[in-house]
Design a protein around this ligand. Structure first.
Ligand SMILES: C[S@@+](CC[C@H](N)C(=O)[O-])C[C@H]1O[C@@H](n2cnc3c(N)ncnc32)[C@H](O)[C@@H]1O
Length: 368
């Protein structure tokens, strides 16, 4: 599937632009402007703002000063010029690590990525004037995955992450991509917390539902996502952080996604990794597949302490309370993700909570 062609729906674009607290920007730019929906939303709010659009493909937009070129090249040439930057970049791989090396400057000099949306994020940050504001839509993996902790932390330490907004699951229709919008200011944090909210559809309109605030120390540590709680219950959940690209014929044993032919038991592979912060499973831990055809399948790990791949979650369950609830319940397979099916911790939460309500209903009918 071509993930570059999913434009921001105008209602979502209008909603996001209304959330920005810039009094009156002279200019606004989108360096992957496509439909120009984000720019038009800005023009609706600020009639006198001059719009600049860049795209690698030709586009006709009479109200936008358009330039056909690579957005990253444009950003390198026009650094620090814009008070308002809007972005819904393509979600894809770059051809080589650091395809545009000049984007990796200053605080990003030691960072490296193969993801195009991450490189586009650096380009968008580069365009910002001091105190300028960026509104950017990124895949949920940017906010939730361990593999992006380093870039989240760099941004948290050097910019003011003002809002983290989870967008509705069907924002990009057939792509099944879960996404977030981030509002980031090129300044030091003005508040001690960052707002985390989601967009919901109610009474025929999209609106914000406030979820929680995230302390700046978590933002700076790259913990942007409430990974460890489901309603009132706290879980010790970790996603593995070794990708299958690190697999080899011999080396350290690692658990990877389950296979139907093996009754969904995670398969044993080998990898060449070492270091701190790796995620291990120990006997008695619950393992959940998060990706591929086995997404949502779970089981109890029995064996020696072992590494797990980033296609699995590990949940500690020392009291057996979680297992009691999961026993006998299969997971529904949600169809999600960038190019594949995968589940997130939010899915686990809603699955677990739905089992809690079953348990409560059973208790009340049995008179407990
Ligand atoms: C997901 S669409 C988003 C369009 C628009 N920003 C919106 O929100 O509706 C991504 C756009 O990025 C463009 N694009 C892809 N690679 C690009 C690049 N290297 N430089 C500039 N634009 C690019 C695509 O042509 C497409 O129009």
């Amino acid at each position: 599937m071509d993930y570059s062609k999913f434009y921001t729906p105008p209602q979502i674009a209008n909603l996001l632009v209304r959330k920005v607290n810039v009094p009156h920007p002279d200019t606004a730019i989108d360096i992957c402007c496509g439909s120009c929906n984000l720019l038009r939303a800005a023009k609706k709010r600020w009639k006198n703002t001059t719009l600049f659009g860049v795209d690698i493909k030709p586009h006709i937009a009479s109200d936008v000063n358009f330039m056909e070129m690579d957005g990253r090249q444009y950003a390198i040439k026009h650094a620090k010029k814009y008070p308002l930057v809007l972005a819904n970049p393509p979600f894809d791989f770059v051809k080589t690590n650091r395809e545009f090396p000049l984007l990796y400057q200053g605080v990003f000099s030691s960072y490296s990525t193969k993801r195009l949306e991450n490189e586009m994020l650096l380009a968008n940050l580069l365009l910002l004037q001091e105190n300028g504001t960026l509104v950017i839509i990124l895949p949920s993996t940017f906010v939730e995955a361990e593999s992006n902790t380093a870039i989240r932390s760099l941004i948290g330490k050097n910019y003011y992450v003002r809002e983290i907004i989870k967008l509705p699951e069907d924002t990009f229709g057939a792509s099944n991509i879960n996404s977030y919008a981030l509002i980031i200011k090129n300044s030091s944090p003005k508040k001690k917390t960052t707002n985390s909210s989601c967009v919901i559809f109610e009474n025929e309109q999209f609106l914000f539902e406030n979820k929680c605030t995230v302390p700046q120390k978590d933002i700076q540590a790259g913990r942007w996502y409430d990974r460890y709680s489901a309603t009132n219950e706290a879980f010790d959940i970790r996603r593995g952080n070794v990708s299958s690209q690190m697999f080899c014929d011999k080396g350290t044993a690692i658990l990877h996604t389950a296979k139907k032919s093996e009754q969904w038991k995670p398969s044993l592979r080998y990898c060449a990794v070492s270091g701190e912060n790796l995620v291990y499973a120990e006997s008695g831990d619950i393992i959940i597949s998060r990706i591929g055809k086995s997404a949502g399948q779970w089981g109890i790990y029995r064996g020696e302490k072992i590494l797990i791949s980033d296609c699995l979650y590990r949940i500690k369950d020392p009291t057996g309370k979680i297992l009691n609830r999961l026993q006998g319940h299969e997971y529904d397979f949600p169809q999600k993700g960038v190019a594949t099916r995968y589940i997130t911790i939010n899915d686990f939460k809603s699955w677990y909570c739905s089992l809690s309500s079953d348990v409560n209903a059973e208790k009340s009918t049995s008179g407990e």
